[in-house]
Design a protein around this ligand. Structure first.
Ligand code: NAD
Length: 287
């Protein structure tokens, strides 16, 4: 008990900060006066694969992982300058980075991409199934095309990547799979039956993989973001977004970095005994 008090007492933390300030090489959470998770190098030596990472939440995760020391492979649907910029930003952090143009919904293309990533990086320790789209509409008007596009891009893509990655993770006797679900996957949402169904499916997928592959050291979890400011949500009218933000107990929309911090926890060994779970990142919008 005495030791516990000592570890968490302010004078002790401040003395640690002073020591570390004199030793910039030291990896520690107390490198500055605020907790600095970037210097923790939680993912040093690991390779992460993030789908749909050229913008929004996926981009924030790719950068956060690189800041934590991971080599980063990422996919994107269409060739554009965003991918080149992301590679430059990540390489500047001193880790390896490569982008792969591929449609996450395509089973054969995904298998080929994963094999390429393993050939390029030697291993895959973390998979983030992030790629996603919306095609909203009320059930009375929803077309088969709207339904199929969302289920295929959001849910089948996660199956494609998980199916392709799991043999390599099993050989390594470890890995962390993170599915980007949503609070609407838990609660449903009027006008989003396709999207909500896809996000609920991601939860079932992660829980099943956690049970099936746990004995091989593979963990699978979901993040359920609430209202996060990205291109996906900027399509929603401004007044509606302002109204939503008022209903969130933390009184603000989330930002991609809020979600990336949860992903960092799930990717790292800090969550070594966490599997088959859904972590909401929603400012208490859903609880
Ligand atoms: P976004 O639209 O900015 O990013 C989605 C990314 O997925 C884009 O880079 C896009 O190119 C990529 N993508 C789409 N289809 C693809 C495909 N077939 N193959 C490869 N890449 C593809 O949206 P975001 O807000 O950053 O969303 C990221 C994830 O988080 C999505 O799965 C989304 O459903 C989920 N999410 C977002 C919110 C939110 O409020 N923004 C809330 C809950 C969940």
């Amino acid at each position: 008990m005495k030791n516990v008090k000592r570890v968490f007492s302010m004078p002790y933390i401040q003395s640690l900060q002073r020591k570390i300030a004199g030793n910039p090489k030291q990896n520690c959470i107390f490198a500055h006066s605020n907790i600095n998770i970037h210097t923790m190098k939680l993912l040093e030596g690991k390779t992460a694969l993030v789908t749909g990472a050229t913008r929004g939440i996926g981009r924030a995760i790719a950068v956060k992982f690189a800041q934590a020391g991971a080599n980063v492979a990422f996919t994107y649907r269409q060739i554009n300058s965003n991918a080149e910029e992301l590679i430059k930003e990540i390489e500047a952090l001193g880790v390896k980075c490569k982008g792969y143009a591929a449609d996450a919904a395509d089973f054969a293309a995904t298998d080929a991409v994963v094999k390429e990533v393993v050939a390029d990086f030697g291993r895959i320790d973390v998979l983030v199934n992030n790629a996603g789209i919306t095609k909203d509409g009320l059930i009375l008007r929803m077309t088969e095309e709207q339904w199929d596009a969302v289920i295929t891009t959001n849910l089948k893509s996660a199956f494609n990547f998980t199916r392709a990655v799991v043999p390599f993770m099993a050989k390594q006797r470890g890995g962390s799979i993170i599915n980007m679900s949503s609070v609407v996957g838990e609660n449903g949402n009027a006008g989003q039956c396709n999207y909500s169904a896809s996000k609920a499916g991601l939860i079932g997928l992660a829980k099943s993989i956690a049970k099936e592959m746990g004995p091989r050291g593979i963990r699978a979890n979901c993040i359920a973001p609430g209202f996060i400011v990205t291109d996906m949500t900027s399509a929603i009218p401004e007044e509606m977004r302002a109204e939503w933000a008022k209903t969130i107990p933390l009184r603000r929309a989330g930002n991609p970095d809020d979600v990336a911090n949860v992903a960092l926890f799930l990717a790292s060994d800090l969550s070594a005994y966490v599997s088959g779970q859904v972590i909401n990142c929603c400012g208490a919008m859903s609880c």
